[in-house]
Each structure stands twice: as C-alpha cells, then as structure tokens.
Ligand binder design. Structure first.
Ligand code: PEP
Ligand code: MG
Length: 559
C-alpha cells in the first residue's frame, strides 16, 4: 500500500515520481557558540570555509547556463576576497566564535557596499549568500539553497525565491513541492512555465526525509510518500486517457459552434519562447519581461535587450507576441529597478508606477522592442502592468506610439481599471486581465501569502464580477479583452471566462491542450450559461462545483 498522502494546492499540472531533495534554509550562528580557545585555529576554519564556498561556487558556475554562470563566478570572487577573511579574523581575535565572526564581517562589508552604492550596493545579496554558505560550512550543516543535482529529483522547500526557481536545473528537477507559496506565487507560475508538476501549501513538506520516493500529482494537489505500484499505475492510466482525449483537437481555440477564443502562451524568456514557438499555440499573450532580469544587477543596454527580444520573437513568425513592459516591485523585486524600501510594496510604486518615476526603464525597453520588431517583422503588441486609471493608460500609449510600436494595451489587474474599463480601454488597443493581481486586489489578500489561497481563488464570485465589468467595457469600446492570469489555464474556468466575453486566453503552454479541448465541447451559449451559474454562486467552491456539474462529462472525466 502507498504511504501517506499530503494534500496541498496543485499549481502546475502533471505527475512525477522521484526522490526528495530538500532545499536547506539558511542557518543563523547558534546563540551559544563559544568564544574560541585558539584564535588561530578558529581563523583557519573561517578561511577554509570561505575557500570551500569559492570552490563550490566555481564548480556550479562551470556547470551553469550562460545566464547563471557570470553571477556564480562573481559570487565566488567575493568568497575569495582577502579583506572579508581578515575582517572575520579581527572579530575572532575580539572573542567571537567562527560563525558569529563571519556574520559580523559580512554585516560590516554589506554596510560598506551599501554606502559605496551603484555596482557595490547591488552585490550585497551575493555577499550575504557567501556569508550564509560559509556559516553553514563552518557549522558542518548543508549549504542553503538547491544543492547540485545528479539525477531526477523532487525539490522540496519552504518556498523558492523567484531567482532560485528561475535558475533551477531543468534537466533534473521532475517535481516541486513547497510548504508555503500560493496559487499565483511566482514559484507556481515559473513551475507551470517550465512544465514541472508542482504542489504548494503542503503542510509538513520540509519534514519529508531527503531521499524518500514521492509521487507528485500537480492536478490533484497531492504528494504521496513511498507510492505503491497501484498508485503509479493509476496515474499512468489517467495520463494516457487524458493524452488520448487531448490529442483529438488541435489548431486555433474555438467553442463547439465556432466562436474563436485565441489560445496563447505565457513566457518568461528565450528558452520558453523556443519551446512555446514549437507548440500548437496562436502566439504569446504575456511575455513577462522582468523574468529576464531577476538576477541582473543593472538595466541591460538597448542593444543587449534587443538581442534577447529578437530571439524571443523569431520562434513565433507571424503569430502575435504580447510583451509586457517591466513589472518590477512587490513579488518581483529587481535590483536595479526600485525606489527604496516601501511599507506595502504590493500597493506601492511598482509596475507602470515605477516606470513613470524612472521613464528610462520603459523607454529603453520600448526602443529595444521597436528595433527587434523592425528586424524580425514580428507582430509585436506591448502592454503595461498595474494600470489603474485612464490617464496612466494614455501616458503609456503615447510612449509606445512615440517608440514606433503599433499596438498598445493595458493589463487589467487593478479593480479600478476593470470598473472603469470603458475609459481605460478607450486610450489603448486592447486589454488583458491579470487575474492573479486582480484577485489579490479585489479580495485584499496578499498573493504571496499561501495561507490565503482560498481568498485568492479566481473562482471567487466577486473576482468574476470584476472580470465581467472589464468585459463590458471591452464590448462598449469594441476593444478585445483577454486573460493572461493563471485562471486562463483552468479548463472549467476558461469556459466561464469565454462566457463572460474574453477573446483570448494566455497560459503556460502545457495547459493549452486541456483548455482547447474544454472549449471544443461547449457552445458560446453554454459558456454564457456557465458564467451565469458561477456568478450566481455564493462562494468560490460553490461556483466551481456548479460549473463542474453543468459542464459535459466528456470534459470532467479527464480533469
Ligand atoms: C496577473 O497578475 O494575473 C499577471 C498575469 O501578472 P503577474 O502574475 O506576472 O503579476
Ligand atoms: Mg500581475
């Protein structure tokens, strides 16, 4: 019989089996670390630890891709810095134990780096990473972060930082399980993007011993320890039944009576673009450009950006590519794009607001995109994140047009923009509902707070009412409104969204076939009926159940 099954929220579909690799959290020096008896020996231990960290980082750099290599090499150089070792030595001479001495030396250095500003200030995170690794080494505990992987592995962590997820070794990670995280946290989004089955909000996940074989079910949101053959066989049968059903439909998305709903891909960079370009999608509905720069220390030049954009556009030929300008801040912090600490970053100067304060960010992006669009002849459309008012939409549209780009749009992810969509959309060519943030702001629930998953559920009838309001503005102005939040990839919710009037659905490419299948089985009138059922429900769970019960069994049998 299979061992125990832990339940969480499935955020990236599919199943996987593999041994658990625990991602170690950083350790702090123990409060009772004794003062060293022999200062020279303690200093040697610190030197050994820093040297070991440098060797480890160099080895990782050698095996890393082009994106991660320079970051890891630069971090290894910090570990070799003689001044850092000397500073730790001074603290040992003053009576601190080796772990506390490293911590104190790093704090001192970090303050100096911050005071120097510019490039140095941007290295503080790397410096702290070196310190955390050296402290772990000196204490004889595992280094923090994802350890080097040698075979198929299920990564288990409290949560993963966006930069950590983005640099995961795709060749070896077969599943992701986290104790925290939410359905629209960036761990979830990146996992779906990479097509890696993932379950978040799994209580006690970090207690699962490393090496335990687990079966991850990203559809059901379940993680089974020591799965038996029956469970693995049942998962195999379900995979095959689903694959056979989904293989029966292809091409542009449409309801059973031929109403078109474009099926588009969400991407985060060149690798995603190459993979999605080869798939049966009608283009890109959301290119999250900030994902390119999560570990960058400075804004790349226009030419460097154009080079990346060219590589992103090429795989799509004449298909549309909707590019979102930098959405930095809050859950997607960028080292070079911020305005300092804020009390409430999600409600602060993020997204377009940040670009209005630092127009060079958006202007260099638009110039680079215009250059890449000219050279490739691609159908590029640009949209802004976090737009709340018609004035902001107009400001953005004028900048897009000044850059020589033909189509400007806005993300509708602030309830104000949805409620006033007839005015906001009048300024631009299209709208795209970001239901992740729209749920966060409608329900006043932090999307990074996994414990609030129920409130953040896009099936919340209040969220659906706000989506409906945005669609009404779209119909009034004749401007198309799509969806590019995670809700677009839920086959049942996709029917509701089509019924509310959205004209495109953009999602992780792996999710497209099931959504295409769902649409092909239902007429537009049926979708409208399902939308009305969902909006009439009293709760998210009731809305989901009502739609599931009324949707065709041919669909629900494979979900
Ligand atoms: C959204 O908010 O729904 C969205 C698509 O943008 P992101 O998830 O990148 O904030
Ligand atoms: Mg958003």
């Amino acid at each position: 019989m299979s061992g125990d099954t832990r339940h969480g929220v499935g955020v990236s579909p599919g199943t996987a089996v593999g041994p658990v690799v625990q991602v170690a959290p950083p350790v702090r020096p123990p409060a009772d670390e004794p003062a060293p008896d022999d200062a020279d020996a303690a200093t040697s231990r610190v030197l050994e630890s820093l040297a070991a960290v440098a060797v480890d980082l160099d080895a990782r750099a050698a095996a890393a891709d082009e994106h991660a290599k320079p970051i890891l090499k630069a971090t290894a150089m910090i570990a070799r810095d003689k001044g850092l070792a000397k500073a730790a030595g001074k603290h040992i001479a003053a009576g601190l134990g080796p772990a506390h001495a490293i911590e104190a030396a790093v704090a001192e250095y970090a303050a100096q780096f911050e005071a120097l500003g510019g490039y140095f200030a941007e290295r503080v995170a790397d410096l702290k990473d070196v310190g955390d690794r050296a402290i772990a080494h000196v204490l004889g505990v595992p280094s923090p972060g994802v350890p080097p992987l040698t075979g198929p592995s299920v990564i288990v962590a409290v949560d993963l930082a966006p930069a950590e997820t983005a640099t995961l070794d795709r060749a070896h990670v077969v599943g992701i399980v986290t104790a925290a995280g939410g359905r629209t946290s960036h761990t979830a989004i990146l996992a779906a993007q990479m097509g890696i089955p993932a379950v978040v909000q799994v209580h006690g996940a970090t207690d699962i011993p490393a090496g335990t074989t687990v079966a991850v079910d990203g559809d059901a949101g379940a993680v089974t320890l020591d799965p038996d053959m029956d469970l693995l066989e049942a998962q195999r049968v379900r995979r095959e039944r689903r694959a056979a059903a989904l293989a029966g439909v292809s091409g542009p998305g449409a309801t059973s009576d031929g109403h078109a709903v474009a099926l588009l891909a969400n991407i985060g960079g060149v690798d995603d673009a190459v993979a999605a370009g080869a798939q049966d999608v009608e283009g890109v509905g959301l290119f999250r450009t900030e994902f390119l720069y999560l570990s960058a220390n400075a804004l790349p030049s226009v030419e460097e950006q154009a080079d990346v954009y060219r590589k992103v556009l090429e795989p799509f030929g004449s298909r549309r590519v909707v590019v979102r300008t930098l959405d930095a801040g809050a859950d997607k912090p960028l080292a070079f794009a911020n305005l300092g600490e804020e009390e409430n970053p999600a409600l602060g100067r993020r997204g377009l607001r940040l670009c209005q304060a630092k127009p060079e960010l958006i202007d260099s992006q638009l110039s680079a995109l215009a250059l890449a669009a000219r050279e490739t002849g691609a159908d590029v459309r640009v949209m802004a994140p976090m737009v709340a008012t018609a004035e902001e939409a107009a400001w953005f549209a004028s900048r897009v047009r000044a850059a020589g780009l033909p189509k400007a749009g806005v993300m509708i992810e602030v309830p104000a923009a949805a409620l006033r969509s007839r005015h906001v959309l009048a300024e631009v060519d299209f709208g795209s509902l970001g239901t992740n943030d729209l749920a966060q702001y409608t329900m006043a629930a932090d999307r990074m707070e996994g414990e609030l998953s129920d409130l953040l559920d896009p099936w919340q009838p209040a969220v659906l009412d706000v989506v409906a309001a945005a669609c009404e503005g779209g119909a009034e102005t004749g401007k198309p409104v799509g969806v590019c939040g995670e809700s677009a990839g839920d086959p049942l919710l996709a029917l509701v969204l089509a019924g509310l009037g959205v004209s495109s659905l953009s999602m992780a490419p792996k999710k497209v076939p099931a959504v295409r299948f769902a649409l092909s089985l239902h007429s537009l009138d049926k979708c409208r009926e399902l939308a009305a059922l969902a909006r009439d429900a009293r709760s998210a769970a009731d809305a989901r159940e009502a739609v599931r019960a009324a949707a065709g069994e041919e669909l629900t049998a494979i979900l």
